[in-house]
Ligand binder design. Structure first.
Ligand SMILES: *Cc1c(COP(=O)(O)O)cnc(C)c1O
Length: 434
C-alpha cells in the first residue's frame, strides 16, 4: 500500500512509514494512491456480517496483501467491542458513534491506530513519541487508545479552561505512558506547537515523533467503517443516501469520502460547522481563509484551520466545482444549536450533544431544499453526558452517565501547565521525551 504527500515533494511511503511518521516532511498529508472499490459481493453480503467482519473486509480492501489477514483480524478484534447503531427520529437517523470507552466517535480511529502502531513497532527497539493537540475528544480517545501500548509515549496538549471537565478527566488521570500538558492558549496554539515540533530539525534528530491527530492516515481508515455500517442497517437501501457530519478538522468527513470511493452509494455529504465557518465560506465563495478559532458550545469543532481540508481538495483533484457538487456546507451559531438540542428532546425524548445538534441542523436545512425520499443520516459524534455542562441548562436535567464513563473519571487530574511559546514547549520535550 503506497501513499503520497498532498504536496508531492516528499517521497512516497508504505503504510507503516505513513502511520509512524504521521506527517510527511514537506508538511503535506499522506493519501493512499489507490482506494479500490469493494466488490458487489461485499454489498450483497453486508446484511449477514457483524461489525468486525465488515470492518475486516473494508480494511483488507485498503491494504490488499500488505498485511496478513490474521493481523487485520486481530487488530479489528482488539479494537472494537462496540458498534454504531442507527436511531430513527422522523425524517432522519442519528448514528450513535459514541458507544466506545470515551463516548465519542474518535474511539473508532484511536483504538485502531493504537493497535496498528503497536503491531508496526513490535520488532523495533525504537521508542515512538506521539504528540497530540486536542480540543477535547481527541485527547481522551487517543489516551485510551494507546494506554499501555509498549514502546509508545503519548503527550497530549490541550487548551487550559477550554475543554469540559469530563473530557479533561479522561486524559489527565491515566498516568502510565500518557502525559497531559495544559497549555495557556487556544486549541490552535496547541496545534501550532505540535506542527512546529514535527518540523523542528533538532527534535526530529533526537526523537522519533509521530502524530495521532486526524491527520494520521491510521485514524481515517477505520472511520470509514461506520459509514458502511449505517448502510447495512437501512431497510430500503435503494434510496439516495445522505450523511451530515458535524465537522472541525474534517477527518470524519474525509473518511466518508473514502467510503464513497470504495463504492458506498453516498449521494450528498453535508458538512455542518459552528461559528468556525471556514469551510462553509469556502464552499460558498471558493476562497479558503483559515483564521483564529472562536470558542463555541460545540468545542470539539472549534477549529480555525481544518487540517484535513487539503485532503478534501486532493480527493477532488483541486476541482472546486466537483467539491461543491459533492459536499454541501452550513454553519450554525450557539443559540440555534441549543434550540436544536431542545427540539430533538421534546419531539423524540432523545438527548443529543451540541456537536450532534449542529449536525441535526445541517441535515434539517438540507432537507428544506431537497424533497426527494432518502436515507438521511446524522453522525452523532459524542454522548450528551460528555457535555453535561451545556446540555443540562438546555434540557433541565443531566443525561444519565454510562458505567464505562464512571470508571474513566474517578481518579485525580495530573497535568503540567505550560505557556504557548514554542521555545518553552521544545525545552520541555527535550527534557522529558525518550
Ligand atoms: C472531533 C469531533 C468532531 C469533529 O470531527 P473532525 O473529524 O475533526 O471534523 C465533532 N464532534 C465531536 C464530538 C468531536 O469529538
Amino acid at each position: 500500500m503506497q501513499l503520497y504527500s498532498t504536496k508531492h515533494i516528499s517521497p512516497d511511503v508504505d503504510l507503516k512509514e505513513a502511520v509512524l511518521r504521521g506527517l510527511p516532511p514537506d508538511n503535506g498529508l499522506y493519501m493512499p494512491y489507490d482506494i479500490p472499490a469493494l466488490g458487489k459481493d461485499f454489498f450483497e453480503n453486508i446484511e449477514g456480517m457483524c461489525f468486525n467482519e465488515m470492518a475486516v473486509h473494508v480494511f483488507k480492501n485498503f491494504v490488499g496483501d500488505y498485511l496478513p489477514l490474521a493481523v487485520i483480524e486481530k487488530i479489528i478484534e482488539d479494537a472494537y467491542d462496540f458498534e454504531a447503531p442507527l436511531v430513527n427520529a422522523g425524517d432522519l437517523y442519528f448514528q450513535e458513534l459514541f458507544q466506545g470507552p470515551t463516548l465519542a466517535f474518535k474511539d473508532f480511529g484511536a483504538r485502531f491506530m493504537g493497535r496498528l502502531m503497536g503491531y508496526f513497532l513490535q520488532d523495533n527497539n525504537k521508542h515512538v513519541n506521539i504528540l497530540v493537540a486536542t480540543s477535547g475528544d481527541t485527547g481522551s480517545a487517543v489516551a485510551h487508545g494507546f494506554l499501555g501500548v509498549e514502546g509508545i509515549h503519548v503527550t497530549i496538549l490541550y487548551p487550559k479552561g477550554k475543554v469540559s471537565d469530563i473530557q479533561e478527566k479522561q486524559f489527565t488521570t491515566l498516568g502510565q505512558n500518557i502525559t497531559a500538558l495544559e497549555i495557556d492558549g487556544t486549541f490552535d496554539d496547541c496545534q501550532h506547537l505540535v506542527k512546529t515540533a514535527f518540523l523542528d530539525k533538532e527534535l526530529n534528530v533526537q526523537f522519533t515523533l509521530s502524530s495521532a491527530n486526524s491527520i494520521n492516515i491510521a485514524r481515517l481508515i477505520p472511520q470509514s467503517f461506520y459509514y458502511f455500517w449505517a448502510y447495512k442497517q437501512l431497510e430500503n437501501k435503494t434510496l439516495p443516501l445522505n450523511f451530515c457530519v458535524p465537522s472541525g478538522n474534517f477527518g470524519n468527513l474525509t473518511a466518508g469520502l473514502f467510503a464513497k470511493k470504495m463504492g458506498l452509494p453516498i449521494h450528498k455529504m453535508i458538512a455542518a460547522t459552528n461559528n468556525n465557518d471556514i469551510f462553509t465560506k469556502y464552499i460558498h465563495t471558493g476562497d479558503f481563509e483559515p483564521r483564529a478559532s472562536v470558542a463555541t458550545i460545540s468545542n470539539a469543532m472549534d477549529v480555525g484551520n481544518p487540517s484535513n481540508f487539503f485532503r478534501v481538495l486532493d480527493f477532488f483533484h483541486n476541482d472546486y466545482a466537483q467539491i461543491k457538487e459533492n459536499i454541501i456546507a452550513y454553519s450554525f451559531d450557539d443559540a440555534t444549536t441549543r434550540k436544536a438540542m431542545l427540539e430533538v428532546y421534546q419531539q423524540y425524548q432523545y438527548e443529543i450533544c451540541p456537536h450532534t445538534a449542529v449536525g441535526y441542523l445541517g441535515m434539517k436545512k438540507y432537507l428544506e431544499q431537497s424533497q426527494e425520499p432518502a436515507n438521511n443520516i446524522v453522525l452523532s459524534t459524542a454522548h450528551p453526558i460528555k457535555f453535561g455542562e451545556i446540555v443540562e441548562p438546555v434540557l433541565g436535567h443531566v443525561p444519565d452517565m454510562p458505567e464505562r464513563l464512571k470508571k474513566a473519571i474517578g481518579a485525580d487530574k495530573r497535568s503540567i501547565p505550560l505557556g504557548n511559546d514554542f521555545d518553552g514547549f521544545k525545552q520541555w520535550l527535550t527534557a522529558h521525551l525518550l
